[in-house]
Design a protein around this ligand. Structure first.
Ligand SMILES: NC(=O)c1ccc[n+]([C@@H]2O[C@H](COP(=O)([O-])OP(=O)(O)OC[C@H]3O[C@@H](n4cnc5c(N)ncnc54)[C@H](OP(=O)(O)O)[C@@H]3O)[C@@H](O)[C@H]2O)c1
Length: 237
């Protein structure tokens, strides 16, 4: 396939598993996160599977606007990759707090990470996609993009907003060849999933199955296009 991927939240969970899954089809992968050690380890793993892949590590905090600008600088500084074919906006934070305990600081931080940064990243790389009339943006939403539960007001608000963002990008850019696909899984067996209280972790979705679903959506169809995928747990307890 020979494509260039940019994956945020690549140091753990779904983003990491997806980055490893595309080693048979990727030419370049830009892996984004804050944890230098984990990203270095991931690069090693990718290279072990396929030594020909160019892996760029971008260490940055996407909960800050300056962190997004840092990502663009890293991209502009390197000269090997000029175009990103596929963006996976996976980085997010899941805050568990009662509404009355929510601070302005936390609200802003999570909105930046879960909504504003994916918007700015999609805008920056998507603009280049639009010029080439091709590109794919995966926005990782959640079941919380549709239904809300107690003590997750920030997360739920951000994931609803991300769904709106994904739809808005399609409204303007889908006809220009830039497609946004919204992936909305239920609870997954990752570090984030561990924060979900009073539910049986063993019944959570395997992130590998979600990553495989995303990979299957990479192949363009002639007459149709999927814009939203809801992924539910088989057993809910
Ligand atoms: N797990 C679930 O139950 C579940 C359910 C539905 C939807 N989702 C969604 O699926 C996506 C992936 O979640 P996951 O379960 O894989 O989460 P995870 O295992 O907790 O991993 C989160 C990733 O986001 C990165 N990240 C967190 N804060 C960041 C920051 N400030 N700046 C840059 N990167 C940051 C982390 O990297 P660093 O620590 O290196 O920064 C890590 O790579 C998210 O969008 C999440 O909302 C998850």
């Amino acid at each position: 396939m020979n494509k260039t991927f940019l994956v945020t939240g690549a140091s753990a969970g779904l983003g990491e598993i997806f980055s490893l899954l595309i080693t048979d089809i990727a030419k370049n992968i830009i892996i984004v996160g804050r944890n230098r050690n984990k990203l270095n380890m991931l690069k090693k793993k990718i290279k072990k599977i396929n030594s020909e892949i160019e892996v760029i590590i971008a260490i940055t905090d996407l909960s800050k606007e300056t962190g997004v600008l840092k990502l663009f600088k890293i991209f502009e500084k390197q000269k090997k990759i000029k175009f990103v074919d596929v963006i996976v906006n996976s980085a997010a934070n899941f805050t568990v707090k009662k509404i009355e305990e929510v601070s302005m600081e936390q609200l802003k931080r999570d909105f930046q990470l879960n909504v504003i940064s994916p918007f700015l990243i999609s805008k920056y790389f998507g603009f280049k996609m639009k010029k080439k009339n091709k590109g794919l943006i995966f926005n990782i939403g959640s079941s919380s993009s549709y239904d809300c539960s107690k003590n997750t007001s920030i997360y739920c608000s951000t994931k609803h907003a991300l769904l709106g963002m994904s739809k808005a990008f399609n409204a303007e850019w889908q006809q220009k060849g830039v497609k946004s696909i919204f992936i909305a899984p239920g609870s997954m067996k990752t570090a984030m999933g561990r924060k979900v209280k009073n539910q049986d972790f063993n019944t959570f979705i395997e992130p590998l199955e979600v990553a495989n679903t995303i990979k299957n959506l990479l192949n363009d169809k002639k007459s149709m296009f999927i814009d939203e995928v809801k992924i539910k747990r088989k057993i809910y307890k």
